[in-house]
Design a binder for this molecule. Structure first.
Ligand code: HEM
Length: 235
């Protein structure tokens, strides 16, 4: 009899423990769901704001170069019209394709499209980067300005090729990391123009100072911030 009693007590304790675990898991599930909803909402807001910014700078600063005329280009760019035209086409392509590649739902549902767009993106960044290296050597602002653009162009090509080699070798995580770096470099076009506008309108810098500064800071700082997140998650 005492053995039966002990067994019953043990069973009750076990049931109570199971109940506790189920209640805890439900609470954890609710918290995780709330966190997920919050981060989804934050991501959507960030995505919308970034898209507006990208749209604004593409429409006002890049699209006018799609029609080759001295009026649209101005004498400075018109001398190198065909190089600028090619560079702008590749730049626009890369800027527009990039965001779709980062949406997991899109990637998972349309993997074949993701691959095709990825190939176009790599092609556009490599040719866009090569043309920008030529344009940098023929620009006439100052050495800091042209060296910033030349180096950016070089890393634009390098990051895209690293992402390509990583995926060809089946290293998906490395591919994702290099794609993040690559799109940050692609976004330098928007980031630099945004900062030039802010610095000049707040009279913090002259136009020349602002474009020279942002040709370096406009991509080195975002790239390093991204690196803190990418590497920080592994610590
Ligand atoms: C991220 C790497 C990029 C590099 C290294 C780069 C480099 C350059 C260079 C060297 C010039 C000529 C500047 C001069 O002669 O003073 C230039 C002009 C231009 N680039 Fe890029 N570019 C990049 C990305 C882009 C992207 C993504 C777009 C388009 C979405 C773009 C659109 C333009 C336009 C419209 C011009 C001519 C007008 C202007 O300077 O605002 N570029 N770029």
């Amino acid at each position: 009899m005492p053995v039966l009693k002990a067994l019953l007590v043990n069973r009750r304790a076990l049931l109570n423990r199971q109940k506790k675990i189920i209640t805890m898991s439900t609470q954890q599930l609710k918290t995780t769901k709330n966190n997920n909803a919050f981060s989804k909402y934050t991501l959507m807001v960030l995505f919308t704001l970034t898209s507006i910014l990208i749209g604004y700078y593409l429409i006002t600063r890049a699209f006018p170069f799609l029609i080759i005329s001295e009026e649209n280009y101005g004498p400075y760019f018109f001398q190198r019209a065909y190089w600028v035209f090619a560079h702008v086409i590749f730049g626009i392509l890369a800027t527009l394709i990039g965001p779709f590649q980062f949406i997991p739902q899109f990637r998972n549902k349309y993997l074949a499209v993701h691959r095709k767009l990825g190939q176009v993106y790599i092609f556009a960044t490599v040719l866009g980067g090569l043309s920008s290296m030529y344009l940098a050597t023929t620009s006439a602002v100052n050495l800091t300005y042209s060296s910033g653009l030349f180096t950016l162009g070089f890393f634009w090509v390098a990051a895209a090729l690293m992402a390509l080699v990583a995926i060809k070798n089946g290293k998906v995580e490395l591919h994702k990391e290099w794609m993040i770096r690559s799109y940050i470099l692609t976004s330098a076009f928007v980031i630099a123009r945004l900062f030039v506008d802010v610095l000049v309108s707040l009279e913090i810098a002259s136009r020349i100072e602002a474009i020279t500064l942002t040709n370096w800071a406009g991509w080195v700082i975002p790239l390093f911030l991204a690196e803190l997140i990418i590497q920080g998650r592994k610590i």
